[in-house]
Design a protein around this ligand. Structure first.
Ligand SMILES: Nc1ncnc2c1ncn2[C@@H]1O[C@H](COP(=O)(O)OP(=O)(O)OP(=O)(O)O)[C@@H](O)[C@H]1O
Ligand SMILES: [Mg+2]
Length: 318
């Protein structure tokens, strides 16, 4: 089955061609630079940019896969969660392409997509496993028994891990989006220089807002030149606290549920310290951690596609 995937839930416009679990192409056009001067994604700006880019990105993805629209058998699109205006652009584009070719359309949950990054060639992961999904908007522990879905067993009670990375990076003057920049700076610092807190919340949940406040206080206590000298130490210690929280809870949940395999997905799964901290874990491949359409096309293989023309009333959800 040749699947054309489309992803526009936040600030990446992406299209991919996947067949038999093989990623034939995965084109991602990031709008990060466009939003950088605002310090975060501006939803309406994102929607408009998706609208400008989506046709070109789809064309690029087909070209890179040496495929034509005639070869596509199913169109897959993220219907939520995400920014509503941004999602609607992808959904409208997918409907248009599918309707024009009388193809079926598979509505895909963005979080299912992040997990489905693990189901692609060359090393597709077989459930059951316990999955840590850490991204810009979510921090979830998922009990995955089948490729079609999962059961949530833990979530953040305030900020997501990626949000904690981005806000920490902003406090340290690293710009937006700062997760990857903070990761790089942390390599130069001492992770034990500051004792940042790891929140203890009941069950398998997470909390990162107190940690963020602790960094804010530490930064405020330093004079400008001192802050410059301690930035790498602050980054390393802050990252250590986030990774400790993620790894600690994941291992506890694995123990409690008897999971034999752990997997890590989502944008924060690109973090070098996190990747090194759970030996034996299945890690989403680096290019498939942050938002991309290949993971959406991958999830579509395990979703019931809507036949032509039933999907015309399909809606996005924020
Ligand atoms: N190396 C890294 N270290 C830490 N965080 C990172 C790294 N690379 C990316 N991130 C973070 O990953 C997040 C983006 O991930 P992703 O694209 O999955 O999020 P999203 O799609 O915005 O959110 P969601 O999937 O919850 O809707 C950002 O918060 C970014 O800072
Ligand atoms: Mg995402």
């Amino acid at each position: 089955m040749v699947i054309l995937g489309i992803e526009t839930s936040c600030d990446e416009t992406s299209a991919a061609v996947v067949s038999a679990g093989d990623v034939r192409s995965n084109v991602v056009s990031s709008q990060a630079e466009l939003h950088a001067r605002f310090g975060g994604v501006v939803p309406e700006v994102a929607s408009r940019r998706h609208l400008e880019l989506v046709s070109y990105v789809v064309r690029d993805a087909l070209g890179a896969a040496a495929a034509r629209l005639d070869d596509v058998e199913v169109v897959a699109v993220t219907t939520g969660p995400g920014l509503i205006g941004a999602l609607l652009v992808g959904v409208a584009a997918a409907k248009g392409i599918a309707f024009g070719r009388r193809l079926p359309l598979a509505p895909v949950d963005h979080l299912h997509g992040h997990v489905a990054a693990l189901y692609l060639q060359p090393e597709p992961l077989e459930p059951p496993f316990l999955c840590l999904l850490a991204s810009g908007g979510h921090t979830l522990l998922l009990d995955v028994r089948e490729r079609a879905g999962f059961r949530r067993i833990g979530t953040t009670i305030d900020d997501a891990a990626g949000e904690a990375f981005d806000k920490g990076a902003r406090l340290l003057g690293l710009g937006y989006p700062g997760g990857a920049a903070l990761d790089r700076l942390a390599h130069e610092g001492d992770p034990e220089a500051y004792a940042f807190p790891v929140a203890r919340v009941p069950g398998f949940d997470f909390s990162f807002s107190g940690l963020k406040t602790a960094l804010l206080c530490a930064v405020r206590d330093l004079a400008t030149d001192e802050l410059e000298r301690r930035r790498a130490d602050l980054a390393a210690s802050y990252q250590r606290a986030i990774v400790r929280a993620l790894v600690g809870r994941t291992l506890e949940a694995a123990e409690a549920t008897g999971a034999e395999r752990i997997a890590v997905v989502g944008g924060v799964a690109a973090n070098s310290e996190l990747r090194a901290s759970i030996p034996g874990a299945a890690l989403a491949p680096l290019p498939l951690c942050t938002d991309n359409a290949a993971m959406i096309a991958s999830a579509a293989r395990f979703v019931e596609a809507l036949p032509y023309p039933e999907y015309l009333a399909l809606d996005a959800h924020a």
